[in-house]
Design a protein around this ligand. Structure first.
Ligand SMILES: [Zn+2]
Ligand SMILES: [Zn+2]
Ligand SMILES: [Zn+2]
Ligand SMILES: [Zn+2]
Length: 497
């Protein structure tokens, strides 16, 4: 472990531009692993813990057909003539071609002699983020060396492959070592246009190293979350929950909605450690049952969850009848559910998928299982683009229902704030407002209808009264007829008289 004190000094230098005189964090010895970032005071949910800026940032260039972004400002350029005319092999916008950063990059790559300087080559463009480490100050480079690096057999491959794209690639061992080390540090602590290292499902389009964030340890229920400032690409880290003084700040390196085994495998393979956080030590995952499957005994209604063994293929236990199942047996149900739901997700009808999730999938996979949660995420994302073949009402009900389902899972896991939660809560609020408006409109319609009916009834009453009056008048007229218009006396009476 590198001394926390030296790490702190180097981080202070790196973060000096932010001029935070009373930081809410310090580097300390972690209970999770090695060093960590600790809260120096109690932090309220939502409060900013720290800001970090990228020590290294560059284009990820991992898609061959999307290489037309400026290597300095990272903005996407019109699809023609974006390569530097000086022959450095880098794409650059006309404004940035005059900036100091490009001068440094340009001189370096030109001196290495790219084989085809006018053709955008993903290997060259991708290497820039790594090669920039060569021109950092000594302290900045020391900071890179301070960070964890997985120095496995593959970490030299990138630089070795890049060397083939230049005529005079450096042979100096020290320079090659800096680049190889930087690749390893980036792979362990960096961002690389990926969803992997994200508790927010937010896309990050670049390759970058945020040194302070690199020291933050992992927890499958992180107590902090981050966002990026669009213009500067600075990172802002906030408290996801209230954090007491002295507690360690944590983030997650994995997707949140994957089960215990999938997270375990990812962390082991990609990050080289075994997580022992409370969620990983609880087969029910805090009662959220993200890995839960139905018991194979058709008479049992219990859920089956993987045993906590630290092995990639653990047995499963039914929480109700206690029956044991092998990993292979349970994977059959999981894979079947995955296949069935994905088939509906890949069909063109969103309505079919929604109906399947609402009415069918529950028969063979619990709705708490991550396959279902991921499918619901997929639906919400598609609904954001448009409602496809769903009716207005189905789209609205689905948004409401799925956002509610997912936030409930987040609550069960004990997850605090995140960008994702903000988005879900906004969707919920919007749908609830829309629903309230619809209800109000419906009520207004009813009220108007009732008013009309009342008026009609009133009119009927008036009419009835009028008619009654008329009838009465007619009757009265008939009764008084002899007085006003005497009919001739019956002959008999005349005779009598
Ligand atoms: Zn630019
Ligand atoms: Zn250039
Ligand atoms: Zn964990
Ligand atoms: Zn059972």
């Amino acid at each position: 472990m590198i001394c926390p004190k030296r790490t702190s000094e180097l981080l202070d230098l790196h973060l000096a531009p932010f001029k935070d005189k009373d930081p809410a964090w310090e580097i300390g010895v972690s209970r999770i692993a090695g060093r960590g970032v600790m809260a120096t005071r109690s932090l309220k949910r939502g409060e900013i813990i720290f800001k970090d800026s990228p020590l290294l940032i560059g284009l990820a260039a991992n898609e061959e057909d999307a290489l037309n972004s400026c290597s300095v400002c990272l903005v996407v350029l019109p699809d023609t003539k974006f390569m530097c005319r000086q022959g450095c092999g880098l794409p650059v916008c006309s404004l940035c071609s005059k900036k100091k950063q490009h001068k440094v990059d340009c001189d370096m790559f030109k001196s290495w002699g790219p084989n085809e300087p006018d053709v955008a080559n993903s290997v060259i463009i991708r290497l820039l983020c790594v090669a920039r480490a060569i021109n950092l100050t000594k302290e900045q480079r020391d900071l890179i060396y301070c960070l964890q690096a997985n120095l496995d057999n593959n970490h030299r491959t990138e630089v070795r492959n890049a060397a083939k794209c230049f005529k005079r690639f450096p042979t100096d061992k020290k320079i090659i070592e800096i680049m190889n080390r930087t690749v390893a540090v980036l792979r362990t602590n960096g961002f690389d246009k990926t969803y992997d290292r994200s508790n927010d499902n937010q896309e990050f389009n670049y390759r970058a190293l945020y040194p302070l964030f690199g020291v933050v340890n992992h927890d499958c229920i992180p107590n902090a979350y981050y966002t990026f400032e669009e213009k500067t690409n600075n990172m802002i880290v906030r408290a996801a929950v209230d954090i007491p003084e002295g507690f360690e700040i944590t983030t997650t390196y994995t997707k949140l909605f994957t089960g215990n085994i999938a997270r375990h495998l990812f962390l082991k393979m990609k990050k080289g450690f075994t997580c022992k956080c409370p969620r990983c030590s609880d087969p029910t995952e805090k009662g959220a049952y993200i890995s839960g499957l139905y018991c194979r005994d058709t008479n049992c209604t219990g859920l089956v969850v993987p045993e906590i063994t630290g092995l990639p293929h653990p047995n499963y236990n039914c929480l109700e009848c206690k029956q044991k199942s092998t990993h292979a047996q349970m994977m059959k149900s999981q894979d079947f559910a995955c296949g069935a739901i994905n088939a509906k997700a890949n069909s063109n009808s969103l309505r079919t998928l929604v109906q399947y999730l609402n009415e069918k999938s529950d028969a063979f996979i619990p709705s708490s299982n991550y396959v279902v949660i991921e499918a619901k995420f997929g639906v919400l994302q598609r609904l954001q683009q448009g409602r496809e073949d769903c009716s207005e009402e189905l789209a609205s009900n689905t948004r409401l229902r799925y956002s509610r389902d997912i936030t409930q899972v987040m609550d069960k896991l004990g997850l605090g704030d995140s960008l994702l939660r903000t988005q879900l809560v906004e969707t919920l609020k919007r749908e609830e407002e829309r629903r309230a408006k619809r209800l109000a409109e419906e009520a207004e319609k009813q009220r108007k209808m009732a008013e009309l009916q009342a008026k009609a009834a009133e009119a009927d009453k008036i009419l009835a009264a009028f008619e009654a009056e008329q009838a009465a008048e007619a009757a009265a007229a008939a009764a008084s007829l002899p007085a006003t218009d005497p009919s001739p006396l019956p002959p008999a009476a005349t005779e009598l008289a």
